[in-house]
Design a protein. Structure first.
Lengths: 222, 460
């Protein structure tokens, strides 16, 4: 691997977006993923190599560190932003769709519930993992999910709730969405949720943390 | 900021059970006078909350209060507080919330008249404004519903008025996830402070009109969110500790506007409010593990005047219903603290030292809650002119203390967190103390779809 690709990998892993970005402090005033990806393209390095040997490896490294408890969420999110900045320079080369999103995830906090930081965290991390996210916000009932699915027919649904008195609203949403399409994949999460409850209401997947949701989503693509 | 000197300026006077400005309730509970009281909080088991379901919901609340009061008689309590933390539908339809307060108050009255058992209700409506995105903090019609529950709920028997208000949370949420300390400053020291002024002016007025107690607020949606994220290892603990210190300048606004305390249990910034404003405070610690984990189980009790459990579901356990069980745990904890008080100041300080020493070394969020560090940081928080400057001074002092704690071996911080202390210091130090200058600096950096500046009196 060239020194340039190695440096680009480090910038993605460390979340160095561009020369102007102050983060991380020890890389201040140095070129970031944006400038290095542009330089790699200009040098004529194969786009596939730039993607697979540099960007993907950088993201994979930070993901591994996070899973091992050696990195924090903001470091993951900064890495995702750096990757996005680099991808801008590669997109023209992937007309075939090789860099298209892995799929679409439609997320919402269920009706009657305003708690959304967990859902937002899932949205950011799922997006960073290469998925398109449609975030419907809070207090979302079945009709809003159905409406979003008419625009994203293959969308995977993610339902969130924080209260014992609002998680019960998941049941109706799952029933209605499954009635329309029994193959619709529905994930659930939130503090009061359990695997038991997930199974009871007919949802497909429960995870106590965002990483579990990402692993599950990625498993659907393989 | 209104406060220019500390109500308690020595760590040895920042203790549980005593507050400079005591508060007495209508049935005779006296907070801050040398007794620590249990404060029981509870929630429903999984069930629908709606107007059509009011009877079974009321029955749940009635039985919870009845069960706890019966146990309280057996345990010879000095008295207790029930916190009615409304569920969203109960504020969205205030008549539901009012009916539940009435049901609970009837049981409290019955035990007061039959057995002279003193109990009171803390009424905590929801901040509904979050239903709208971006929220209309000042002009939303949802505010009317919140104030309706405050007013009618106070008339129905709610004695202490509190809220977990959320002004500025729309900026804070992303700031926490990105560990963006400048955006957190904007959320808490600019937006939060402005919103609290508006909100608490009205809550204090409602309390006065109804001869009730304006308790206080909590930065639950800010600093406790940070604490939970840190507990899940999503963000650094030093960042969460800093958000706690930052939250002080926001939560204290309730008391600048006339709230007398007791401040609400989930505000772990409470001991700072006690040191600065002299109000009695409610706290929650290991007894709140039924609702959420925290690294503050023991130290949270160090300065408490009420001792709470945050929230427990009304489900059956071996001994009985969970709220009754939780109440018993609170009663025994407070009995122990009250025995220490009866034994004298030396005994209080010894007990407090055990509570602090057992937690403070292990986590920066606990470290900044030792009475000594609270006084050090509080002195900085009142030193400047405005809330922003005070927040900056307090946070810089907290970072210095954490750094010194690590150096001296009195605070353990994981290696991966150490780098955050210096980077956070650089960020905080670069914040201008002039509000207008800070607002001008931040506005281009914030997501304009997330908040409405004019709803906070910001016109640029």
């Amino acid at each position: 691997m060239t020194a340039l690709l190695e440096q680009l990998k480090i910038c993605v892993e460390r979340g160095k977006i561009n020369k102007m970005s102050p983060y991380p402090p020890d890389l201040k005033d140095q070129d970031g993923a944006d400038e290095l990806a542009a330089a790699a393209v200009k040098q004529g390095l194969p786009p596939e190599d730039i993607l697979q040997k540099s960007l993907v490896v950088g993201m994979s490294n930070i993901g591994k560190k996070f899973s091992e408890g050696k990195a924090f969420v903001p470091e993951m999110l900064m890495a995702a932003k750096a990757m996005k900045a680099a991808m801008v320079h590669l997109e023209p080369f992937f007309k075939s769709g090789a860099v298209k999103a892995k799929g679409t995830v439609v997320l919402g906090t269920v009706q009657g519930d305003l708690h959304d930081i967990g859902k937002n965290l899932v949205a950011m991390m799922v997006e960073g993992a290469g998925w398109k996210v449609v975030d419907l916000g809070v207090d979302v009932g079945p009709d809003k999910f159905k409406s979003a699915l008419s625009d994203h027919p293959d969308g995977i649904i993610g339902l969130s709730a924080l209260l014992t008195t609002t998680m019960v609203n998941m049941k109706g949403i799952v029933e209605q969405l499954k009635a329309e399409n029994p193959n619709r994949v529905i994930m659930v999460g939130g503090a009061p949720l359990t695997q038991e409850y997930c199974s009871e209401i007919g949802a497909d997947f429960y995870s106590p943390d965002p990483q579990g949701a990402i692993d599950y989503l990625n498993s659907l693509t393989t | 900021m209104k406060y220019k000197s500390l109500a308690i300026d020595h760590p040895k006077d920042l203790i549980f059970g005593y507050a400079p400005h005591t508060v007495k309730t209508r049935r005779g509970l006296t907070f801050g006078t040398g007794l620590v009281y249990p404060e029981l909080n509870f929630t429903l088991p999984p069930m629908q909350v709606s107007k059509d379901n009011l009877k079974p919901i009321s029955d749940q609340y009635r039985s919870i209060v009845h069960g706890a009061l019966e146990r309280a008689l057996d345990l010879h309590t000095n008295g207790l507080v029930f916190e009615f933390e409304a569920l969203l539908e109960m504020t969205r339809h205030p008549e539901i919330g009012v009916e539940i307060v009435k049901v609970m108050n009837d049981v409290c009255e019955e035990f007061y008249h039959k057995y002279q058992l003193k109990s009171e209700i803390r009424l905590t409506p929801n901040d509904l404004r979050e239903f709208e995105r971006p929220p209309r903090s000042r002009t939303s019609p949802l505010l009317d519903l919140m104030f309706e529950l405050f007013d009618k709920g106070a008339k129905a028997g709610g004695d202490i008025l509190s809220i977990e208000s959320t002004g500025g949370k729309e900026i804070s949420d992303d700031a926490l996830m990105m560990c963006d300390i400048k955006a957190s400053f904007f959320a808490l020291a600019i937006l939060g402070v402005r919103d609290m002024k508006m909100l608490w002016k009205r809550i204090v007025e409602i309390a006065r009109r109804n001869n009730r107690i304006a308790g206080g607020d909590t930065a639950c949606g800010f600093a406790n969110t940070a604490m939970v994220l840190a507990e899940k290892k999503f963000i650094p603990k030093v960042f969460a500790a800093l958000i706690r210190v930052l939250s002080v300048v926001r939560t204290i606004v309730a008391h600048e506007e006339g709230a007398t305390g007791p401040d609400k249990d989930c505000g772990y910034e409470g001991p700072y409010l006690k040191a600065i404003a002299g109000i009695p405070i409610s706290m929650e610690g290991k007894t709140a593990a039924c609702a959420h984990f925290s690294p503050l189980g023991n130290i949270a009790a160090a300065c408490a005047d009420l001792w709470s459990n945050e929230s427990i579901q009304n489900i059956k356990l071996l001994a009985g219903m969970a709220p009754t069980v939780s109440y018993e745990q609170l009663e025994y904890d407070t009995r122990l603290m009250n025995q220490a008080i009866r034994n004298g100041k030396e005994s209080i300080l010894h007990f407090q030292k055990l509570l602090c020493d057992s937690d403070a070394f292990l986590d920066p969020q606990a470290f900044i809650l030792t009475p000594k560090n609270i006084i050090h940081i509080s002195k900085e928080i009142i030193k400047g002119e405005g809330h922003l400057e005070n927040a900056k001074n307090g946070c810089l002092k907290a970072l210095d203390l954490m750094q010194e704690g690590v150096r001296s071996g009195s605070l353990k911080i994981e290696d991966k967190e150490l780098v955050w202390i210096s980077s956070l210091r650089d960020e905080v130090a670069s914040i201008p103390v002039n509000e207008d200058a800070f607002i001008a600096q931040m506005m281009p950096l914030l997501d304009s779809s997330k908040f409405i500046p004019s709803e906070y009196g910001i016109f640029v």
